[in-house]
Design a protein around this ligand. Structure first.
Ligand code: BG6
Length: 490
């Protein structure tokens, strides 16, 4: 296992401390890092919530959440005692500007320490909280602020939030989260591309036919439907997670791992995306929404039923064909799809190489399959390279597609940490490489805004799909028109 370096003593203030993200992800992630010795000294976690809760009542909730993430369910008494004594709970209403005094008192005299404010709240609160921290004198030279997604609804609202937060914190103090960047396999993409000389000469037009990125979920929208209905799959998943995956797959080699070197290359990809507008949305995009069906043998209701039968124009599935207008990727389409209530939870990047230019196996010509590199993000993180081989036997010459298949878990024999474990440590360490710079967020919104405006102007339909399928048939047609097919549909 890579060496775990402790982070310097810190005060981490979690706004939205009683919310779903804090309970399900942030506090369990901090517990695991504490247990492994990365959290040291009198580092503290200050949870902020609007409800009046005693510290004991809050700790009970945290204990339950942490327990739920333990593989063996075992929460050692000593480990819990060490972790829980770091946790404080403060009641504060950032919008009503009430009760900042208690937080100010708690932080007094600790100005030299790393101070991070994690905003696990609705984006509408980002500006008011940043202002509250600033006007109460809580922004120190060692401060940073972490913004959860979604960062607005479009470029205009994202810019407003960025301006409000930017008035109180310098850009290098602002950490915009995309938790996909904290996933081990996503980072492994950098290792695969830039720590191996094998792939780089082939990572371009002329060798690659096209790229597919699938992020499929079995889960429906569930309890988030009120929020989700205003957002949809394009804003929820493509604007951030999928476009980040496109960037890491398509970017030029950065000169170093320095955060700006990587981010400078990623932004070039976003700026090279061919805009999709009202004239082209019909050809380049598909929108879908799940109807009733069965996932994993369990019957599930339709999106509309979950919404109580109300009318909605929100998509729970989107498929796109992207063109990247630069030398490396000219005429190499990137097909993206993501959706809820699909057949299985499966996220992968598939790099489809070109067919052999001439087959010397005339009787086998239909058996010669182009090579394919599959990077599995979840579940069973790993890399698979499909190759052609001769079937063993003394007679004839039969070809078969075989694969070199590497499962990271089997190879490294390790529990894969949750993305938030790494991201939180990077915030506290002051390394913004795995976070989005403002210009990246803006460029991604600009691209996505074009599609949304195109959908509105062309009145593009949301196609229905059966829950538990691979999405609407139009998604297959998107590739079929180009003589291609999605890979994971089995
Ligand atoms: C979140 C989206 O950002 O990512 C959710 O808001 C989605 O709708 C989730 O379910 C998927 O994350 P993961 O890590 O489970 O692939």
């Amino acid at each position: 296992m890579a060496q775990l370096i402790p982070v310097e003593v810190f005060d981490l203030i979690i706004f939205g401390g009683t919310g779903d993200l804090a309970m399900r992800k942030l506090l369990p992630a901090l517990y695991h890092r504490d247990r492994d010795g990365q959290v040291v000294g009198d580092s503290r976690i200050i949870a902020i919530g609007r409800s009046a809760l005693s510290r004991d009542a809050y700790l009970q909730d945290v204990e339950k959440s942490v327990r739920a993430t333990l593989v063996d369910g075992e929460l050692g008494a000593a480990q819990w005692a060490a972790f829980s004594q770091r946790i404080h709970y403060v009641q504060l209403d950032a919008v009503a500007h009430q009760h900042w005094g208690e937080l100010v008192e708690l932080l007094r005299g600790r100005e030299q320490l790393t101070r991070a404010a994690y905003l696990a709240t609705a984006p509408g609160l980002f500006g008011p909280i940043a202002k509250g921290l600033h006007s109460n004198g809580l922004v120190t030279a060692n401060s940073r602020i972490v913004l959860e997604k979604p960062l607005g609804q479009d470029l205009a609202s994202a810019s407003e939030i960025n301006n409000q937060v930017g008035a109180c914190f310098a850009e290098n103090q602002i950490y915009r989260i995309d938790h996909y960047l904290g996933k081990e396999t996503v980072q492994n993409l950098l290792a695969l591309r830039f720590a191996n000389s094998l792939f780089e000469p082939l990572w371009r037009r002329g060798a690659i036919d096209h790229v597919q990125i699938t992020v499929a979920e079995e889960l429906g929208v569930g309890g988030r439907i009120e929020f989700y209905d205003k957002v949809g799959a394009l804003r929820d998943m493509v604007q951030n997670h999928l476009l980040q995956l496109v960037c890491l797959t398509a970017m030029e080699p950065p000169s170093s791992l320095h955060h700006d070197a990587v981010r400078d290359e990623k932004i070039k990809v976003l700026r090279a995306l061919r805009p999709i507008n009202a004239e082209t949305v019909g050809k380049y995009t598909v929108r879908g929404r799940y109807g009733a069906g069965a996932v994993d043998g369990v019957t599930v209701p339709s999106y509309s039923d979950e919404l109580g039968g109300a009318n909605s124009d929100t998509e729970t599935f989107v498929a796109l064909k992207l063109e990247i207008d630069n030398w490396r990727w000219s005429n190499v389409p990137f097909y993206l799809r993501t959706g809820k209530r699909l057949k299985s939870k499966q996220s992968e990047i598939v790099v489809q190489f070109q067919d052999v230019p001439h087959s010397i196996f005339p009787e086998q010509q239909f058996n010669v399959k182009a090579n394919r590199l599959t990077i599995r993000l979840q579940p069973d993180e790993g890399v698979k390279l499909s190759l052609m081989a001769k079937e063993p036997g003394p007679g004839g010459f039969e070809l078969r597609s075989v694969s070199l298949d590497l499962s990271f878990e089997e190879t490294f024999g390790l529990r894969y940490p949750d993305a938030y474990e790494r991201l939180l440590m990077e915030v506290l360490r002051g390394n913004p490489a795995l976070f989005m710079r403002r210009d990246e967020v803006d460029a991604a919104w600009e691209f996505v805004d074009g599609i949304i405006a195109g959908w509105a102007r062309s009145r593009q339909k949301v196609e229905s799909y059966v829950a538990g399928s691979w999405g609407p048939s139009a998604a297959s047609l998107l590739l079929d028109r180009d003589g291609r097919a999605w890979h994971a549909n089995d």
